[in-house]
Design a protein around this ligand. Structure first.
Ligand SMILES: Nc1ncnc2c1ncn2[C@@H]1O[C@H](COP(=O)(O)OP(=O)(O)O)[C@@H](O)[C@H]1O
Ligand SMILES: [Mg+2]
Length: 202
């Protein structure tokens, strides 16, 4: 199977791009969605997170206090690495399971931390990066999330830089124009990926 990894910084437009591929019928596996499932009530990673981070990151009703955990890991790189060590192997395993069930010629896997994690390369035939200036990322995320500027900046600072992402890109979508322009770019890439998938060994 021909697997395209989609990455980009927070607010760059990954989910918007992934939705456009999905509208064209491409199977989309989103590691953010998997991470949420793993940390939802009853999720496979919840006990480990509780064991490592303690009751401070749990709410009274036994669900994860995501805001507290986010603050904690974006303020402390060691804590972030501990969380990633719990989540990433579990996420990767689920991606592999999901890919194994697909019959499509090619699929898209959304991996926000593709560059930071560095362990997805073997799984991917191609890397697509959604790129945009950081100022645009910040305004988009503030509008979407209700986070204040400093919180968004802390997340950006913890992520790979634009240059680091572009260095691993096979294809780049510069997402600074309209959603319509974005869909047109996705349609072009979809054509290209169908061709590449058809030409690649099974
Ligand atoms: N080209 C665009 N024009 C206007 N708004 C956009 C565009 N691309 C993304 N957005 C908006 O910016 C926000 C962040 O985009 P999203 O796809 O959620 O980014 P990511 O998944 O990379 O964090 C969303 O609210 C989305 O609707
Ligand atoms: Mg997203």
């Amino acid at each position: 199977m021909f697997v395209v990894g989609l990455t980009g910084g927070i607010g760059s437009g990954k989910s918007t791009v992934a939705d456009a591929f999905a509208e064209l019928g491409v199977p989309v596996i989103d590691t953010d969605v998997i991470a949420r499932e793993l940390t939802a009530p009853g999720g496979a990673a919840l006990d480990a997170i509780r064991a490592v981070f303690g009751e401070a990151v749990m709410q009274a009703d036994g669900t994860l206090d995501r805001a507290t955990l986010r603050r904690l890991v974006f303020a402390d790189a060691a804590a972030r690495h501990r969380l990633e060590a719990i989540l990433h192997p579990a996420i990767q395993q689920r991606v592999e399971q999901a890919l194994a069930k697909l019959t499509a010629r090619y699929a898209l896997v959304v991996i926000p931390l593709l560059v930071e994690t560095g362990t997805y390369r073997d799984m991917l035939q191609r890397t697509l990066v959604v790129d945009c200036p950081e100022a645009l990322q910040v305004t988009r995320v503030m509008a979407r999330s209700g986070l204040v500027r400093d919180e968004v900046m802390a997340i950006l600072a913890a992520q790979a830089t634009r240059a680091e992402r572009l260095a691993v890109a096979d294809d780049v979508i510069l997402n600074t124009a309209s959603p319509e322009a974005l869909r047109a770019e996705v349609a072009n890439l979809h054509q290209r990926y169908q061709g590449l998938a058809a030409a690649s060994p099974p």
